[in-house]
Design a protein around this ligand. Structure first.
Ligand code: G6P
Length: 362
């Protein structure tokens, strides 16, 4: 059954708004009263036996994987690589001795990812598909499956599936860390974090007018723009730039903020919007310097910053959560900016040109 759009003009806005509830739903499904993960024991044993995780995905799911890898490394101390499925499929890197594969796929039908899964199955390696669609092809063909419980996602540009994938990876990383007796995993209160994230998301989606105005002022008439950040903020920059490209057709790039000066800064002109994401204390000052560099060359800078790191003239301030969970909040302004840029251009937000929700050809 198709989800109902209700009073929303587009599914995308409805799906952005659903994110706080998706966070709560995942906590309800995958955490017990004490806040500990409830994960299939065979799956946990297989994960524990692995010496390296390989996260394989396409598009927005790939971007969710970039965040997930940091969670697996930080909470479970397991080296984790993230790969674009269409690349991995025909250029498989040297694998570790005991690899475990995690497929992230909203639809469970992406042909590029399935091609990798077929190879993985042939090599008899264990795998997990994290998907929003029960009984989808990748869910049936992997060794294990976990569902995102995000409800149907209709808009081509993925929003709630991305945040659900990150939240579920956080839960899984804590579960694996606890199984491996990692003290950091015990100390990480994922239940409390998801509750904080849900409230923070709600506060952001309640400020729609702010993002509408910002989109009108800075993004509507620009031919190009940049999102910049370091570490997790870079991962989110890639995703927020993709959102903007997909539905508003503004040329947008997500860039590692330190790398900008090694070439791409040549593209900065008067009034080029550059959006800095700043949520990590250890790199906040560096990204601020990078913003000053582009500002000195005429760029119009916008900042998305957590409360803990905010200064007086920051544009968008996010509530503070554990630094590893900030992508769940810092992505929301980017989703809303993309939405309002597309809307104000009069475009079909839910069905952008040239794109399909699920791509079943390689
Ligand atoms: C398509 C969609 C993207 C999506 C990608 C991967 O290109 O337009 O929004 O991120 O496929 O889809 P999946 O279902 O595997 O997550």
């Amino acid at each position: 059954a198709q989800a109902d759009k209700g009073t929303y003009p587009f599914y995308m806005l409805k799906e952005i708004d659903e994110q706080p509830n998706v966070m709560r739903k995942l906590a309800q499904v995958y955490l017990n009263d004490a806040g500990d993960p409830v994960i299939n024991t065979d799956l946990l044993a297989a994960l524990k036996a692995a010496d390296r995780l390989y996260v394989v995905a396409a598009g927005t799911s790939y971007h969710a994987g970039l965040v997930g890898a940091k969670l697996f490394e930080s909470l479970a101390s397991v080296p984790t690589e993230v790969h674009v499925s269409s690349e991995f499929a025909y250029n498989q890197p040297l694998l570790s001795e005991k690899p475990f594969f995690i497929f992230l796929t909203q639809s469970g039908e992406t042909a590029d990812s399935r091609e990798v899964l077929l190879n993985v199955n042939e090599q008899k390696f264990p795998s997990l598909t994290i998907t929003n669609v029960p009984n989808s092809t990748l869910s049936r063909e992997a060794t294990y499956t976990l569902l995102l419980h995000a409800g149907p996602e209709i808009a081509v540009a993925s929003t709630k599936a991305y945040t659900a994938q990150i939240a579920l990876q956080a839960i899984l990383a804590k579960a694996l860390g606890q199984a491996k007796q990692q003290s950091g995993a015990n100390a990480f209160d994922v239940k409390q974090q998801l509750a904080l994230v849900a409230n923070g998301m709600q506060a952001l989606v309640d400020e729609k007018d702010t993002f509408d105005q910002l989109a009108k002022a800075d993004l509507l008439h620009t031919p190009n723009t940049f999102y910049i950040g370091r570490g997790l903020d870079y991962a989110v920059s890639l995703e927020t730039a993709l959102k903007l490209k997909e539905i508003s057709y503004v040329q947008a790039e997500g860039f590692a903020s330190g790398e900008l000066k090694h070439g791409t800064i040549a593209l900065i002109e008067k009034d080029t919007p550059v959006i800095g994401i700043i949520t990590q204390a250890n790199t906040a000052g560096l990204t601020r310097s990078n913003l000053q560099e582009v500002s000195a060359r005429g760029a119009k800078t916008i900042t998305i910053v957590t409360d803990a790191l905010a200064k007086n003239d920051d544009t968008i301030v996010l509530p503070t959560v554990d630094e590893r969970m900030t992508p769940l909040l810092s992505v929301v302004p980017g989703q809303l900016l993309a939405y309002y840029t597309s809307l104000n251009k009069g475009l079909d937000v839910d069905k952008p040109r040239n794109l399909a929700k699920s791509v079943t050809v390689e």
